[in-house]
Write a protein that binds this ligand. Structure first.
Ligand code: UN1
Length: 499
């Protein structure tokens, strides 16, 4: 486990560690990788104070200078791509290639943020008053709290942090308690860059803890923005706390993503897209494909091809690049998977590829499961719930209107796609009467979004947009400025106030 040393992660002997600890177990082999001390309320308070103090200086650095620091972080990540990708794979359980891909997303967002640091543009407007100038500018916002999930233990933080930093904010990161080591590794990588650039202490901090630590952040009036990624249940709790104090929240929550497979689909694209979407990251992406809505004319043919493709999947150690599917994150996830399968059967679903937990040999952690497929009626309650596991639901449709209605009928609204070579169908899917999701794709699956676009979704997905496009505006405060360069005081809206 050389990569642990390279990243500065040491096994802490539990007996000698003071205070409460969280143990990080690898779902790959069930081993305890290390134990991490939980942040106490006193530590927390100091961390927020330091982040608030650091903000007062950091906000005065010219944005391109902050961008230069982020450029160097991108360089450091290039250097550590391999060990960090391995740690992501080992602590979280996704395939090594996906772990490396996640680090690549971090590098890409650094590049994006560097460019952005010279483009934090506002607009100018024409004033209705003579000899007046009106424009808007964006100022740094303050301390940003980032709550991230286990499934993208490093990339989602970087989408937030890199933008927040070029925008002049300081960040406090609460990583998932299931993947704390990935966060510590990131902190170790960036701290060198920060030190070399004399970045004030407190521009980046982490707090380690469970739900409670998330609550501290969301209730803390010193933190103007909370960006949270995770379950809808968590997001609702965070949103309520943040709204109570009229703070801002940026939420990226559950998905229940569907691909519509038209009778005009190119099956050479549709099959691998569905397969990767459903079993990639063992079905633990927010953007994982959970539902296939298939035209009745091609249903049997498609199903046969898909089942054949599933037959070729290799499940096992994700660090072994021969394997396609790694483990689920932990035993809770295993239970959620088994419950969903039971529920689906009870509600009338018919499994054409059965599920189950794999045992023995390399499956000793008890976290490896079989990706499975069920034929269902689209209205079953279980089909409307997000289960973070490789369970794929198949359903039939007759008309595109019906398919879109089925696709939109769930409470979540993250990612969606249609496989079709029919221009009318494609455009209808993207039109106001098409997909209601934040992401809508043509001839691409639901997962694997690029960092350049705004990432997020509607309805129970939470409405937030992270990463590319103009998502940076979340991390700044907008100010409208009007300047009078005349010797008169004309009032707006033609109001006269004679004295
Ligand atoms: C997530 O699952 O929280 O589109 C993020 C994708 C990745 C990001 C997923 N780029 O699958």
């Amino acid at each position: 486990m050389n990569f642990l040393n390279t990243l500065g992660i040491q096994k802490i002997n539990n007996d000698s560690a003071s205070g409460e600890t969280i143990h990080s177990f690898s779902p790959v082999d069930g081993e305890r990788i290390a134990s991490v001390k939980i942040t106490t309320p006193v530590d927390y308070d100091e961390i927020v104070q330091q982040a608030s103090d650091a903000f007062l200086q950091w906000r005065l650095w010219p944005a391109p200078k902050r961008g230069e620091v982020v450029r160097q972080i991108g360089e450091a990540l290039r250097q550590y791509k391999e060990p960090l990708g391995k740690l992501v794979s080992y602590e979280m359980g996704k395939s090594l290639q996906e772990g490396l891909g996640e680090v690549q997303e971090m590098i890409d967002i650094c590049d994006f943020a560097v460019g952005l640091s010279r483009q934090l543009h506002g607009l100018t407007m024409h004033s209705e008053r003579p000899a007046h100038r009106m424009y808007e500018q964006y100022h740094p916002l303050g301390v940003v709290g980032i709550i991230s999930a286990f499934n993208f233990p490093v990339a989602v933080w970087s989408w937030n942090a890199m933008l927040a930093w070029v925008c002049g904010d300081t960040c406090i990161w609460k990583p998932s308690e299931k993947t704390p080591l990935c966060a510590i590794a990131c902190q170790n990588i960036i701290s060198k860059v920060f030190a070399e650039n004399n970045v004030p202490e407190g521009v980046s901090s982490i707090i380690i803890g469970t739900k409670e630590a998330g609550e501290w952040l969301s209730k803390d009036e010193r933190i103007p923005l909370i960006s949270a990624t995770g379950s809808t249940r968590m997001g609702k709790a965070v949103a309520a706390n943040v709204a109570q104090r009229l703070g801002r929240s940026l939420l990226e929550l559950g998905g229940n993503n569907a691909i519509i497979i038209s009778k005009d689909a190119d099956l050479n694209i549709a099959i691998p897209a569905a397969l990767f979407g459903a079993v990639g990251t063992a079905g633990q992406r927010c953007t994982s494909t959970r539902r296939l809505i298939i035209h009745e004319d091609i249903y049997e043919n498609f199903k046969e091809k898909l089942v054949k493709a599933y037959g070729q999947l290799r499940i096992g150690d994700p660090l072994n690049t021969e394997n396609h599917v790694g483990p689920l994150i932990d035993k809770d996830a295993i239970n959620a998977y088994l419950n969903a399968i039971d529920e689906c059967k009870k509600q009338g679903g018919n499994f054409i590829i059965g599920g189950g937990v794999l045992e023995g040999g390399e499956y000793q952690s008890g976290c490896y499961v079989k990706p499975c497929i069920a034929e269902v009626e689209h209205h079953l309650p279980i089909v409307h719930a997000e289960t973070f596991a490789p369970i794929l639901y198949l359903m039939k449709y007759k008309t595109l209107e019906e398919a879109i209605q089925i696709q939109n009928a769930v409470p979540q609204g993250l990612s969606s796609s249609i496989m079709t070579n029919n221009l009318r169908e494609a455009e209808h899917f993207l039109s106001p009467s098409g997909s209601d999701c934040g992401i809508a794709n043509i001839n691409i699956g639901t997962s694997g979004a690029e960092i350049g676009g705004a990432f997020g979704g509607e309805k129970e997905t939470g409405g937030g947009r992270e990463s590319g496009s103009d998502a940076w505006k979340n991390y700044m405060r907008r100010q409208t400025n009007t300047i009078n360069y005349s010797d008169q005081l004309p009032l707006a809206q033609g109001i006269k106030f004679d004295i």
